[in-house]
Design a protein around this ligand. Structure first.
Ligand code: COA
Ligand code: ZN
Length: 321
């Protein structure tokens, strides 16, 4: 059974996009529940400017309040040196650095050119050093930018190369606004795996055009074994036009389990955690499995079916006479 590593991003990618502020103690209680679900990694929050992402302005308090589960890595999004300094005070396992491979999206999201971002992230890596805190770099819009269109694979590989040179442990290929399609995902994932076999490679899909589960299969065909997904399918970048939810964790976990993969996850506990979301965010989530149940959660046969079968046999009898 092939082992896959599942990474929960709802409390970062999901909550950053919610209009209602989720109380710090509610965030902590949800993350504590998620820590019991079998994830490889949880992206807890982000150390961004509270003006840019007010929903996550309580990052320090959340990190201080959660109960860490051995075996689970706790990662946080870090956009700049200021964020790195704040995060380093919070006993993180990994810093997830972010930049976009598209010039327009980088300027919109991070208010810098890509070169300025790279220079800043190099500084961030310098501050974090090569000690116990691992570095992951999330590259946004690698499968297409909503303002600029396709980004050539070679350009994407060029950015991966520059961060690998700086000693990043991992890279995440992010489909920020759901522009990826399965064959494209397979091709780019294969190229990255071939060229950078040592890198921890994660794929991060948004379901904006309904292709996220199909894209997951595309990545699996290329040998990818690590995926971000979001409880309830929450998520979206406030600085990317048309961005919507990540691939839903319970939907992807349900599919992978049926296909015989070992996700390490406890789907019952994930569904229980997902059922709490609507109460926290004030609206329903796009989760399919929460609504429909698992494939073999069977329903009782309704009474009228028995009556119907009696009627049918009577008609059959009449015909026969
Ligand atoms: N933590 C806390 N405050 C920060 C900060 C950080 N990491 N980085 C910047 N700030 C504060 C500054 O202190 C300054 O505050 P002031 O106005 O009270 O003096 C203000 O934010 C502006 O700082 P500046 O250096 O000019 O940054 P900026 O406005 O160009 O913002 C980013 C740059 C990247 C930090 C900011 O745009 C950001 O956090 N964006 C969020 C990106 C994101 O998470 N997107 C979604 C995920 S992909
Ligand atoms: Zn995302």
């Amino acid at each position: 059974m092939k082992r896959l590593f599942m990474q929960e991003v709802a409390t970062r990618d999901g909550f950053q996009n919610e209009k209602t502020f989720i109380e710090t103690e509610d965030k902590i209680s949800l993350i504590d529940a998620l820590s019991q679900c079998g994830y490889a990694k949880i992206e807890v929050t982000s150390f961004t400017s509270p003006k840019a992402i007010p929903a996550l302005r309580d990052a320090e308090a959340v990190m201080a309040g959660i109960r860490r589960q051995p075996g689970v890595e706790y990662t946080v999004l870090v956009p700049n040196v200021r964020g790195a300094e704040r995060a380093l005070g919070c006993a993180i396992n990994e810093a997830n650095l972010v930049m976009s491979v598209s010039e327009s999206h980088n300027r919109s999201n991070l208010r810098m050119t890509r070169e300025q971002s790279f220079a800043q992230l190099r500084e961030v890596i310098g501050v974090i050093g090569h000690g116990p805190v691992a570095i992951n770099v999330s590259l946004s819009t690698v499968f297409g930018c909503p303002m600029q269109g396709d980004v050539p694979d070679d350009e994407v590989l060029g950015w991966v190369d520059r961060f690998a040179e700086l000693g990043a442990r991992g890279v995440t290929l992010c489909d920020t606004t759901g522009m990826a399609y399965p064959s494209q995902v397979q091709t780019l994932s294969q190229k990255v795996r071939e060229r950078f076999p040592e890198l921890q490679l994660t794929l991060h899909f948004h379901n904006t055009r309904g292709m996220a589960l199909a894209n997951t299969l595309g990545a699996l065909q290329a040998g990818v074994d690590r995926f971000d997904a979001s409880l309830g399918g929450l998520g979206g970048c406030p600085y990317a036009p048309g961005a919507s939810g990540n691939v839903c964790m319970e939907d992807v976990a349900h599919m992978l389990e049926l296909m015989g993969y070992d996700t390490g996850l406890d789907l019952n506990q994930i569904l229980a955690a997902s059922a709490r979301l609507a109460g926290l965010i004030g609206h329903e989530t796009p989760s399919q499995i929460l609504k429909a149940g698992r494939r073999l959660d069977l329903h009782p046969v309704p009474e009228h079916v028995h009556t119907l079968s009696k009627q049918v046999s009577l008609t059959d009898l009449e015909k026969a006479q």
